[in-house]
Design a protein around this ligand. Sequence first.
Ligand code: C2O
Ligand code: CU
Length: 481
Amino acid sequence: MKKESNFVPEGTGGTARGPVMTRRGFGLAMAASAMLPRAAFAEGQGAEHGKLIATAFNRRLLPPEYPETPVWGYNGQTPGTELRLTQGARLRQTLRNDLDQPTTIHWHGLRIDNAMDGVPGMTQPAVQPGQEFVYDFTVPDAGTYWYHAHNRSTEQIARGLLGALIVEEPNAPDIDREEVLVIDDWLVGRDGALVADFEAPHARAHGGRIGNLITTNGDFDLTMKARRNERMRLRLINASNARVFDFALQGLEGWVMALDGMPLADTPAVGEALTLGPGQRADLFVDVTAEVGEQAYLVRLDRDQASSQVMFEVGGVASAKRREAPAALPPNRKPALEGLKDLKARPLVLEGGAMGGLQNAILDGNRRSFEELIKANQFWSFNGIVGQTDTPFLDVKMGETQLVEIRNDTSFPHAMHLHGMHFQELDKDGTPGRLRDTTLLFPREVRQIAFVADNPGDWLFHCHMLSHAASGMTSWIRVQA
Ligand code: C2O
Ligand code: CU
């Protein structure tokens, strides 16, 4: 059987190949489903003490006619070992660094102690080659999270240092099965090697490092079996360096149950397009509505093209009838915003990049023209300041409600991620909406976010387009104990 991939080799003019949706479905061959090994955890105290060994190894990413790809990962896998535990359980993992450069692990979206946040030079020293560091904390919230390297992130995440972290609800929801779908893209050459120019000025100044091979759990044409009327929970994680994904369903009907780990009260239907920026996650419940013998798809939309992100071969029937629409998942803790109406929003203005019109900004304490910034391979500013300085964007007292207005005055989307706390996106009329840890702003978009500064420590606030974070879009906030 013919196997097609979405791989677009460099220098082919960027014409996308691969499975394209037609009215009759996708012309995709079948492949074995990729099951990820899981780390087992006991509940509560006696949790297993696991090891995450960061190493380099080869992995097949491209179709068989190309060589394997040298990647980095945890325990010889990318995505790394899936960590799965129950809400309230203790996570203990020793990171051992068998790479030839320092690394750390950040637990993206977890509202945990600052000392466990994994930011080198801020919450811990980087773990040197040959050294170890023990991460030890209790997971406060149920939901879909992920872990990833947080040193030289553009390179280390692009090379594969990331994995899923699943926190189960104490009472399992009524579903037939679940699938964790780590969606990533890779910038790879015909020789199988990752394009090693991780500081490429063009990517920094534009949309970031965008890959030419899109995978799910490392597989470019992930195919699974499913049964008619089966209810699946799909845990989608956008682990790419910079790509914004739009997803849709075919032969499936579903609901958005949670975003960035946090359950939604209203569980909207999955509509025309579900957008996930880098770092963002979505939990969907989907029912298989395709007939036996047909295929169902998690569809990836890319301009006017629709492709299979995951194909489900429908064989057999799970039940004669569909279930009722699901009830919302139990909420995680939502801190009460106090006095929002009377707060003046603190502006955070995003500027710079190609076609951005930034004239000058402060770099290392000195005002620089945009030409000088380009020479320094720096392209972006927050409130006129390039990169992380000694002064936090916010310096606030524990328990205070914060209101921030983010304004994207650039020509590119940005995914602003706050460590340590979730915030609420405000609707246009100022009503606090969904809890997120990463908010995606398209060019010229303005969004207010509000949160209670209830986790003491120094927390990064940065763009999750990792090339942007490395070229100006990193700041931090201090929550005084
Ligand atoms: Cu997922 Cu500071 O990042
Ligand atoms: Cu950005």
